[in-house]
Design a protein around this ligand. Structure first.
Ligand SMILES: Cc1ncc(COP(=O)(O)O)c(C=O)c1O
Length: 348
């Protein structure tokens, strides 16, 4: 960081390049394009794929708002399909029913650190001539049958927001793709749509360079990501073994998936009581996401109110994410397990 401050190479410098290379290699893709947030990664990824007014993009309402917001900002329409109740992922069996002549893309959200059922989604996309754009903001290093995000469609978008498995000291994001021409378009869009010649523009773009200081932080941390991911997996394995058959429903892992546990999210019909009980024992837990997207004012018009996405709506009332972190001491994990089990006994 001192080197960057001393040289004044604050944007698109050697650490940006190194990070793009690091992450592309980790994900087995040809190109990584660093941008200044996961939201911008998605926005640029969609625009570079030609998504715009009149297009429909199939996705879910059980996600962080950024997924949906960027589709609308490009003048396209998000079309929600419901999720599966144990993996919380888009239900592939419902996708075909949502396809119309305007559908251009499917945007699966690899929620909580595991990939959506991609073989099924790819088959639908192929049969209906749709493109796949992956929201992989929560899924760095996650793979399915050995294949990582960025390899299932045109592109994937990662987030390096502070709390992510690979978190910057601020904001950051990256687009992953195997298409060289598309990668060039993304690179141009992150600097106002500028072409190869300075101050000549091919597109209407953004200011979305990743700060070099963030790239340096991420470049340093990325070398530890595999070790950290394994540590998260150990915590999750302990939870899943101990909580099987308890009063909560542990998260299911889709066949073939290597789950990287951005969140460890259980379901409980007494979720709010459970959260309060844990709080009394000094255990923080979080609700991702308490209100489905189609229940917020700016997005209500995208669905037909309560009952339109029944699984999403039910799951939103029951999910609770337990602490999971690479540096979590064993006795903390034991205390969480003990406490969740104790809650089950009290409320049996
Ligand atoms: C599923 C999902 N999509 C998109 C984003 C947006 O990423 P960022 O916060 O880096 O803009 C996030 C980040 O929280 C996310 O979880």
């Amino acid at each position: 960081m001192l080197e960057i401050l001393n040289t004044g190479a604050y944007v698109l410098g050697k650490y940006n390049k190194a990070l793009e290379q690091d992450v592309a290699v980790l994900h087995g893709v040809d190109h990584g394009i660093a941008v200044n947030s996961g939201t911008d990664a998605l926005r640029i990824m969609l625009q570079a794929a030609g998504i715009g007014p009149g297009d429909e993009v199939i996705t879910t309402a059980f996600t962080f708002v950024a997924t949906v917001e960027v589709i609308l900002q490009l003048g396209a329409t998000p079309v929600f399909v419901d999720i599966e109740p144990v993996t919380y992922q888009i239900d592939p069996n419902l996708i075909e029913g949502a396809i119309t002549p305007r559908t251009k893309a499917i945007m699966p959200v690899h929620l909580f650190g595991q990939l959506c059922p991609m073989a099924h989604i790819q088959e639908i996309a192929k049969n209906h001539n749709l493109i796949i754009l992956e929201d992989a903001a929560q899924a760095i290093l996650s793979h399915q049958d050995g294949v990582m995000a960025g390899n299932f469609g045109i592109a994937a978008g990662l987030s390096f927001y502070v709390t992510k498995n690979l978190g910057a000291a601020g904001d950051g994001g990256m687009i992953l793709t195997n298409d060289a021409e598309y990668a060039d378009r993304c690179k141009s869009l992150r600097v106002h749509g500028m072409g190869r010649q300075r101050y000549y523009y091919d597109d209407i773009g953004y200011t979305s360079r990743m700060a070099e200081l963030q790239a340096a932080v991420l470049h340093h941390k990325v070398s530890k990501l595999e070790t950290w991911t394994a540590a998260r997996q150990q915590v999750a394995t302990r939870y899943s073994e101990a909580l099987a058959g308890s009063s909560v429903i542990p998260p299911a892992i889709l066949e073939g998936n290597n789950h990287t546990w951005h969140q460890y999210t259980v379901r409980s019909s007494m979720r709010d009581h459970l959260q309060a009980f844990l709080k009394e024992r000094e255990i923080d837990s979080m609700i991702y996401y308490p209100v489905p997207i189609h229940f917020h004012d700016p997005y209500r018009h995208l669905a037909n109110g309560p009952g339109s996405l029944p699984v999403t709506e039910q799951v939103s009332l029951e999910v609770l994410s337990l602490p999971v972190h690479q540096h979590m001491p064993d006795d903390h994990v034991s205390w969480v397990i003990e406490s969740v089990l104790a809650f089950g006994k009290v409320h049996a």
